[in-house]
Design a protein around this ligand. Structure first.
Ligand code: NDP
Length: 265
């Protein structure tokens, strides 16, 4: 039997085991996917080997640690510096990032987007901004504080903190902050957000299964909106493909994962 887990802290809220196990069962695969609470990210490598895992997903706050402990890094994860999917190949741990392409996949049906504003400067902002720029979009970053902007400045993004931001026209505004997750607050000042929404067409909040104040205001401003459910779905589909070496049909994986979403949310 193949074994998979998700490492995180906290991790009890994660629906990844439900999505993956439903898909594993539906495809008749001999495998199991669990949750593993970790105290420290440096333990990932040891745990991976002692648990005899075939693969793992990594969630908050260990994605940068996962990047550090992998023996080999593939694809966009190299530029982002964060890993959310690990597999074992020839006894070596190989790391990938499927959050970034997962987000991209989730906005593929949006039309005529050129300029994007990312709110927040954490791990998710890094993943999304680097990938979207590689896909040819203009991406600017706005964060509450200055200290997390260094990564983006080094990579020549236009960066702003709340103190020096001036309103411009953006086609898409993405909330990657955790504002709105456990409390009903906006990621930036209400009047600034209103002005941004007046000029924008689309708004996405990466928080899922919740009508955040950000999405509520965007809807009131008559923007097309989306929460983070599709991103979660697509990052999981891509991780599943990596876990099983592209052996299964992507459409089937997506269908079973969507079924799981409906069953468990
Ligand atoms: P990080 O902790 O790395 O970054 C959090 C960011 O949010 C920072 O930029 C921080 O700003 C900002 N922030 C926090 N609180 C506030 C606030 N009250 N007002 C304004 N800004 C605030 O988190 P991650 O990037 O790992 O995750 C961010 C969100 O993305 C989470 O809600 C997570 O659940 C979601 N997520 C969704 C996924 C999906 O598949 N849909 C996948 C991964 C993450 P500062 O620097 O000033 O502190």
């Amino acid at each position: 039997m193949k074994l998979f887990t998700i490492f995180g802290n906290p991790v009890s809220h994660s629906i990844s085991p439900l999505i993956h196990n439903h898909t594993i069962k539906s495809l008749g695969i001999d495998a199991c996917y669990t949750r593993t609470l970790l105290k420290d990210g440096y333990l990932i490598k040891n745990k991976f080997h002692t648990m005899k895992l075939n693969g793992a997903n990594i969630t908050v706050p260990f994605k940068e640690d996962a990047f550090m402990i992998c023996d080999d890094i593939r694809g966009i994860a190299k530029d982002i510096g964060a890993v959310n999917t690990i597999i074992k190949k020839n006894d070596k741990l190989v790391g990938f990032n499927t959050d970034a392409p997962g987000f991209y996949e989730s906005i593929k049906d949006f039309k005529n987007i050129k300029d994007i504003l990312i709110l927040g400067a954490g791990g998710t902002a890094r993943a999304i901004s680097v990938f979207l720029r590689q896909k040819g979009f203009n991406v600017d970053i706005l964060n509450r504080s200055k200290h997390r902007l260094a990564f983006f400045e080094k990579q020549n993004f236009n960066v702003f903190s709340w103190d020096d931001f001036k309103i411009c026209k953006y086609d898409l505004v993405v909330n990657t902050t955790s504002a709105g997750l456990s409390s009903d607050i906006l990621p930036i000042k209400a009047d600034t957000l209103q002005k941004l929404f007046k000029k924008a067409k689309y708004a996405v909040d990466v928080i899922y299964n919740k009508k955040t104040p950000f999405l509520k205001d965007a809807k009131e401003a008559e923007l097309t909106t989306k929460d983070g459910s599709d991103m979660l779905l697509y990052q999981a589909v891509l991780a599943f493909e990596i876990f099983f070496d592209n052996k299964y049909n992507k459409k089937d994986i997506k269908q079973y994962m969507q079924e799981a979403f409906k069953l468990f949310s």
